[in-house]
Design a binder for this molecule. Structure first.
Ligand code: SF4
Length: 309
């Protein structure tokens, strides 16, 4: 009632109503709008002018496709057959229509979408129908909520399209903050492969990309990971690295045998939590000590076999 009191007069006297647009239909020239409260119906019928803003990828070819896509959307969003309010609107009111705007304008927005369309790695992201199923299933979105994405598009789909539309470096945290668990791909009604696209964005951040104006996000970090890759591929190098880190970590280990604060590149790891230091003896060191001098099982077997013979 409060909203009705406050808004109805405003809407009755407004010159222009501005809405988004879920989908447009090329066959009939209509657009559809979906809401849960019905407010869109007032904004589209009461003011003299209706302006709808539409991303350029939102066009279906026929009304049949249009209807099917709307059903996919509402099922993906809330397992509903249809949303509470679905409005089709198709231009200014006719001569005998009781209501409707005198003028209708559809603003088609590109804003970076053509560039996405021209890139084989990312063009499938334009098939998104904004159902929100990937948001509901995402463990990261579930913990941090929508505002943390700092963009109109939150969740896994936001983590892909916000960097593409507004700068990969500017939104590097979004590309790197997802778990790549694949739950979003499982639930997506159009099978948008968001984990794959997030991996491509991370690759661009790691190595740079002129086409998308991506600077290497953290050059020092890429050297650290390159060294880490080499170290874990060779057991002797890995063991040497563990011994060296164990030596360097000593000044940082507190009385309760935890690391409270690290410096430089590693500082972020201890901003919000303590870290356990590298163990005095790692599993492989204990294993070596215990079993290094034992004969190999295959040798033992061979010996047993030759004994039998
Ligand atoms: S990516 Fe898929 S699940 Fe996520 S909003 Fe788009 S269509 Fe829905």
């Amino acid at each position: 009632m409060a909203a009705r009191k406050a808004l109805r007069e405003e809407l009755l006297s407004a010159d222009m109503g501005i809405t988004g647009c879920k989908l447009a239909c090329a066959e009939t020239g209509q657009i559809s709008l979906i809401s849960n409260e019905g407010n869109i119906r007032m904004a589209t019928t009461m003011p003299k002018i209706h302006v709808a803003l539409m991303g350029m990828e939102r066009v279906t070819a026929t009304m049949d496709e249009h209807r099917e896509t709307i059903q996919l959307l509402t099922q993906g969003a809330a397992l509903q057959k249809l949303s509470t309010y679905v409005s089709f609107t198709g231009g200014p009111r006719g001569e005998h229509d009781p209501d409707g705007p005198e003028e209708f304008h559809l603003v088609v927005i590109d804003n970076g979408r053509s560039k996405i369309l021209g890139d084989d790695d990312f063009r499938e992201s334009l098939a998104c129908i904004r159902c929100g199923a990937c948001l509901n299933i995402c463990p990261v979105y579930g913990k941090i909520g929508g505002h943390a994405y700092n963009s109109p598009y939150p969740g896994p789909i936001g983590a892909v399209i916000t960097p593409l539309l507004d700068g990969v470096n500017k939104h590097a945290d979004l590309c790197k903050g997802e778990t790549l668990c694949g739950a979003c791909l499982d639930v997506c009604p159009v099978k948008n492969d968001l984990p794959r696209m997030l991996s491509v964005l991370r690759y661009k951040l790691a190595y740079g990309d002129n086409h998308w104006n991506v600077r290497q996000h953290n050059v020092a970090e890429s050297y650290v990971y390159a060294a880490w890759q080499k170290a874990i591929s060779h057991s002797s190098a890995y063991k040497r690295m563990i011994k060296t880190v164990r030596l360097f970590q000593k000044p940082f280990v507190g009385k309760n045998n935890m690391i409270h604060r690290m410096t430089g590149l590693a500082a972020g790891w201890t901003d919000d939590r303590d870290l356990p230091p590298i163990a005095k003896k790692t599993f492989s060191e204990i294993w070596d000590e215990k079993y290094a001098n034992r004969p190999q099982k295959t040798t033992q077997l061979k010996e047993e076999k030759s004994d039998d013979e």
